[in-house]
Design a protein around this ligand. Structure first.
Ligand code: PEP
Length: 251
């Protein structure tokens, strides 16, 4: 039985004081809604304030990326050890914006994933096809290949700490959403790729979220699908009422 995970990706939004105000607003709104894990992934400088505001609640605060090296000459990057020390448990890796604008590849996504797991963190690994790939009918091949490349060298044991976020790139921040059937089908294809690597037991146990313009209107239908175990939410994670409605849909 897989548990729903509803995660917000704040991207480059919310200063520390804005994050504090947001968490204080949403905390009572999601209190007691324990049928899902609730996570907000925040910009590095905002993590600490968000964590303090979330203390004692059912909200966890994660990071939006992590570097693969332990330390060294990587200006502007943050290591897993640094995140661990301030109490970060979850980290998004491989978001399409990182791949698109910051040159990340399946190879660097794989290195970051392994570094985060080695440090004892939980990874939200993002993957998904671009519009041309969906139109060309090669979505299955693309998500299957990404699953295999991004998880190369990750053990079956470590898969307990991996959540996969299926995020069709054409649906992120565009207002376009995969239909519940498309989301279910592609999450299922990712599960099949996991079964090829790790066997059926690990594949069935792995949480696979859908992300891409999930909102208060479409969440219930998407989350009702067998292979959709939660959501990774961008825009709607910045509005307390919208995010709470998605949490409600997972109850
Ligand atoms: C995301 O950033 O992962 C995302 C899915 O964004 P949005 O919900 O805004 O499409």
């Amino acid at each position: 039985m897989r548990r729903y995970v509803i995660a917000g990706n704040w991207k480059m939004n919310f200063t520390p004081s804005q994050a504090t105000a947001f968490i204080n607003e949403i905390k009572p709104m999601v209190a007691g809604k324990d049928n899902c894990d609730i996570i907000f992934c925040a910009p590095y400088v905002t993590i600490d304030a968000a964590m303090k505001a979330a203390e004692g609640s059912n909200i966890k605060i994660g990071a939006e990326n992590v570097h693969f090296a332990e330390k060294g000459a990587y200006t502007g990057e943050v290591s897993a050890e640094m995140l661990k020390e301030i109490g970060v448990e979850y980290v998004i890796i491989g978001h399409s914006e990182r791949r698109q604008y910051f040159g990340e590849t399946d190879e660097t996504v794989n290195l970051r994933t392994k570094a985060a797991l080695a440090a004892g963190m939980k990874v939200i690994l993002c993957l998904g096809e671009v519009k041309e790939q969906r139109l060309a009918g090669i979505t299955r091949e693309i998500v299957s290949m990404q699953t295999k490349l991004d998880l190369a060298g990750v053990s079956a044991e470590d898969m307990k700490n991996v959540i996969i976020a299926y995020e069709p790139v054409w649906a992120i921040g565009t207002g376009l959403t995969a239909t519940p059937e498309q989301a279910d089908e592609t999450c299922g294809q990712i599960r099949e790729a996991l079964a090829e690597i790790y066997g059926a037991e690990v594949a069935e146990a792995t949480i696979i979220q859908y992300g891409g313009s999930m909102n208060e209107k479409n969440a219930a239908e998407l989350l009702a699908k067998t292979n959709v175990d939660g959501g990774l939410i961008g825009g709607a994670s910045l509005v307390a009422a919208k995010f709470t409605a998605i949490v409600d849909a997972a109850q």
